[in-house]
Design a protein around this ligand. Structure first.
Ligand SMILES: Cc1cc2nc3c(=O)[nH]c(=O)nc-3n(C[C@H](O)[C@H](O)[C@H](O)COP(=O)(O)OP(=O)(O)OC[C@H]3O[C@@H](n4cnc5c(N)ncnc54)[C@H](O)[C@@H]3O)c2cc1C
Length: 474
């Protein structure tokens, strides 16, 4: 039977971040993810904003965001993850919003985040594309953008390199509990003897808690839809552009991504179907209207894709604490800021575990970095790359300029891609303007070469795991 000092349930950004930190200690770590790849839940659907403030000041979530924010450059350098601290400008459109700016500013600085009230002219200096109706704004220099899928995969890769076991296509289906403690987890890959369990199951955290005899809480999807606009527009935009936040949402934003495209969104609608990721025209039109108020040049003429993701909403919007009933069960989850808390989350969870008696001693020889793969896109000197490896001449995905070298690295890592979508998450191949219509066959061919499966059997990705099967009431 498998044994784990800590069993992490869920391979989204939060579970992977926890596994990465624990892997640097003497604790034996097993992460199980029911889907056939990491980052299949909210962690692949988010905007990738590494924010400097969120929620109410003084909460654990706000504290972890504040602790995480200064770490991004160092962390992403070590984990080979694209990140840029581009800053944001929050706009007041019209005199009524301008009157409310000082209160919004006060709420932000209460987090300890850097912010500055700016005039409309100063706001335009920060981002020339903003609306002529801007009546003032707030500059937020510590807002950053990150590739959230690369980040999730990189946390897991670091964990694996440090000896943690990362198992995909393995679902937790139940627990044996005695005297207020879980002692065994039942999984689709057999039972696991456990000392502690970290429930990082996102939208399904309530189900995992229930199976373990833990607290009863409810999770539901808060759907967010996005447009993705082409790099032709993204190359003109310098910063994140935010509206004045509403009571329950930060509103529809204009979000540059680390690969040069731009996201317009998200919407925020509480729904019931956890697996429903359909977009609808009315919401997409609304997103265009809202974001045009901030940046009038926004246009669906640049659109390359639309999509929806489900935030793991719950009565408690953030959890990183022990269960109240089961002594060795920890819940971690965040509705809207899981990426932004992730650099500091592992330390927090490790602290909880040590306080509860886990002998997890930091190992001096443990790694804190994964190998860097030079990328053709944004390379300082692209001409030099073929001297490192001649396969840099083989551009497989022309839109995103991904070569055979980057794709091979994704297929040969410790937590390798096994599908076309897995390659996209790690390299961006098939994720550009043509959405794979030109390069998908080439990517499938390379996946086939590495996995030994015939090309026609290579899956695109998506619901290849067991998600949805066995989640009886969803
Ligand atoms: C539209 C949208 C925009 C967002 N924007 C941002 C943003 O800009 N910045 C930011 O910081 N955050 C943002 N967020 C929030 C962020 O995406 C989430 O907080 C974060 O992804 C949660 O990570 P997680 O690991 O807890 O959950 P998930 O990524 O959902 O991972 C949970 C995993 O658990 C697995 N699982 C479930 N049940 C089981 C089981 N029984 N056995 C094994 N595995 C199981 C699932 O398959 C899933 O992979 C956004 C979210 C959305 C949807």
């Amino acid at each position: 039977m498998d044994r784990a000092d800590v069993l992490v349930v869920g391979g989204g950004v939060m579970g992977a971040a926890v596994a990465a930190r624990l892997s640097q200690t003497t604790a034996r770590v097993l992460l199980v993810e029911e889907q056939d790849d990491l980052a299949e839940g909210a962690s692949k659907a988010n905007a990738g904003i590494a924010t400097s403030f969120y929620g109410r000041p003084g909460t654990l979530e706000a504290r972890l965001i504040a602790e995480s924010n200064p770490r991004w450059e160092d962390l992403c350098g070590r984990l080979d993850v694209p990140y840029r601290r581009i800053g944001a400008v929050m706009l007041a459109v019209g005199p009524r919003e301008a009157a409310g700016l000082p209160a919004v500013y006060e709420a932000i600085v209460a987090h300890g985040a850097r912010a500055e009230l700016v005039t409309a002219e100063q706001a335009r200096d920060l981002e020339p594309l903003i609306t002529g109706d801007c009546a003032g704004g707030i500059s937020l220099p510590d807002e950053g953008i990150i590739d959230p899928m690369r980040l999730t995969v990189a946390y897991a890769e670091l964990a694996a390199r440090n000896g943690a076991t990362i198992e995909r296509s393995r679902r937790v289906t139940g627990f044996s509990v005695a005297d207020g403690e879980v002692n065994e987890a039942e999984t689709t890959g057999g039972p696991v003897r456990v000392t502690f369990v970290v429930n990082a199951a996102g939208l399904f955290a309530d189900e995992v808690s229930r199976m373990a005899g833990g607290e009863s809480f409810r999770m539901w999807p808060r759907q967010g839809q996005y447009w993705i606009l082409d790099r032709a527009f993204g190359s003109r935009l310098r910063r994140l552009v935010y509206p004045i936040p509403m009571e329950h949402t930060r509103g529809a934003q204009v979000v540059p991504t680390t690969n040069g495209s731009v996201l317009l969104g998200p919407s925020a609608a509480d729904t019931e179907l956890r697996l429903d990721k359909a977009t609808d025209l009315a919401t997409l039109r609304w997103l265009l209207e809202q974001t045009r108020k901030l940046v009038p040049d926004v246009s669906d003429a640049y659109a390359i894709k639309t999509y929806a993701g489900n935030r793991p909403a719950g009565d408690e919007i953030f959890r990183a604490r022990f269960d109240h009933n089961i002594r060795n069960l920890i819940h971690v989850g965040s509705r809207s800021a899981g990426v932004s808390v992730s650099p500091a989350l592992g330390d927090h969870v490790l602290g909880l575990l040590r306080d509860a008696g886990l002998a997890a001693i930091d190992r001096a020889e443990a790694g804190d970095a994964i190998p860097t793969v030079p990328r053709l896109l944004n390379a300082a000197d692209p001409e030099e790359l073929p001297s490192l490896d001649p396969r840099y001449r083989h551009v497989v995905c022309a839109c995103e300029q991904v070569t055979a070298v980057e794709i091979s690295a994704a297929l040969e890592s410790r937590v390798p891609a096994t599908s076309i979508d897995g390659v996209r998450k790690r390299t961006r191949a098939t994720g550009g303007r043509c959405q794979g219509s030109v390069c998908m066959v080439g990517v499938a061919f390379l996946v086939s070469q590495h996995t030994g499966q015939p090309p026609e059997c290579i899956r695109h990705g998506g619901f290849g795991g067991t998600l949805g099967v066995g989640h009886a009431d969803y």
